[in-house]
Design a protein around this ligand. Structure first.
Ligand code: F3S
Length: 372
């Protein structure tokens, strides 16, 4: 495997964090048969909730002793860093979570605490990235045409410290070709959830039977990544690389519908985090009526700040808008029995990670449930 002089120097660095990071990148390159490393233009780190990484993860992060060399952003944490008490988070959890965040900040990463980094810092078509949030990976590859494999929290940090990632997988043009054509009808998010079970690691070429919004494609990709480890899809007439490759011969059809019901005591929206547009759509759907159930929305602090007026109106109607965290990575949702979502990713992980029952509906159905 070829290493440049600079890369060899990092491997032999006296700084243990730099040397270890380069060792991780080189080991991954060998596992995946990469012949060289490439520079990345940004890194997105996941796995920063104290709920998920515990004391061991915290101590490892605190032991890091170097700075990131590329723009590095960070996924949601286990709580809203301002309104954590309102979420029912205890002091001990708060303090441990803040130590994690301080350790990550110390290496130079930006604490944007969102799984939608592309709303804050949109990569360009063709950019090479090392991103570690599955929903952001599928979004960047599919909707933007940037190039990233699905990194782990650790390999993303190693890329942030070295500025490199192994050149394999979706960094290489021919590996981005679709492998199967899928005709899609029905609910888009549900279709992503169902399709993932059938398409382990494939790249679907999707043909939708109607026009679909960016928000729907975001939900679709997140669900596909959750159930099928899918890292990229093409959407005919929509995504930037749909015309680039030959259409695969294999074809299937799917009708998106998920029947999962229970009587929700929480309606949680924003998996992936909501955009300004989606917050406005929710406000419109509520039509000024007071909500009768607990409704939590999740977004980034940046979008929250940019949507102050909408957020204030939503809060007046009894809806809580939280930042920095989400229904899956925060322990706050564990106190509920049944959580209603419109996200196939949340549907996958809420029962597994938070031990709650889940009801599924589209955005309109979720809002209707909140005000009925
Ligand atoms: Fe984002 Fe949490 Fe869903 S990190 S994609 S809102 S599980």
């Amino acid at each position: 495997m070829y290493l440049s002089k600079e890369e060899e120097k990092m491997l032999e660095s006296e700084n243990e964090t730099v040397a270890k990071s380069m060792e991780i990148i080189v080991a991954l390159a060998k596992i995946f048969g990469a012949e060289k490393l490439i520079k990345v233009s940004s890194v997105h780190i996941s796995g920063v909730s104290y709920q998920n990484i515990g004391d061991e993860g915290l101590e490892w992060l605190e032991s890091l002793n170097s700075k990131v060399v590329v723009k590095t952003t960070v996924n949601p944490a286990g709580m809203d860093t301002v309104r954590w008490k309102e979420m029912g988070i205890d002091k001990d959890f708060y303090e441990k979570q803040m130590r994690i965040l301080r350790a990550i900040e110390k290496i130079g990463a930006e604490l944007i605490l969102t799984c939608t980094p592309y709303y804050l810092n949109r990569p360009k078509f063709g950019d090479h990235l090392a991103w570690a949030e599955s929903s952001a990976v599928v979004y960047a590859n599919s909707l933007i045409g940037a190039r990233t494999n699905r990194e782990s929290g650790i390999s993303a940090i190693a890329s942030a410290i070295t500025g490199r990632t192994p050149y394999y997988g979706l960094h290489i043009t021919e590996n981005r070709a679709p492998t199967i054509v899928v005709k899609i009808k029905g609910d888009i998010s549900a279709a992503g959830y169902m399709l993932g079970f059938q398409l382990e690691r494939e790249i679907p070429y999707c043909v939708f039977d109607r026009s679909v919004s960016e928000a729907e494609l975001k939900l679709f990709g997140a669900a596909l990544a959750a159930t099928g480890n899918v890292t990229m899809f093409h959407a005919e007439g929509i995504t930037p690389e749909w015309k680039l490759f030959e259409k695969p011969k294999e074809r299937i059809e799917i009708y998106g519908k998920v029947s999962r019901d229970c009587e929700p005591d929480l309606i949680a929206l924003g998996c992936p985090h909501l955009s300004k547009n989606e917050l406005e759509t929710i406000l419109k759907l509520v039509k000024g009526r007071k909500v009768k159930k607990e409704v939590w929305l999740f977004t980034s602090r940046k979008v929250f700040d940019e949507s102050r007026e909408v957020v204030e109106k939503l809060e007046k109607l009894g809806i809580k808008v939280f930042c920095d965290t989400c229904m899956v990575v925060s322990p706050a949702t564990e106190k509920f029995e049944c959580v209603m979502v419109n996200s196939g990713k949340a549907l996958t992980y809420l029962p597994k990670l938070r031990g709650v029952d889940v009801a599924f509906g589209n955005l309109k159905e979720c809002i209707e449930k909140a005000i009925e």
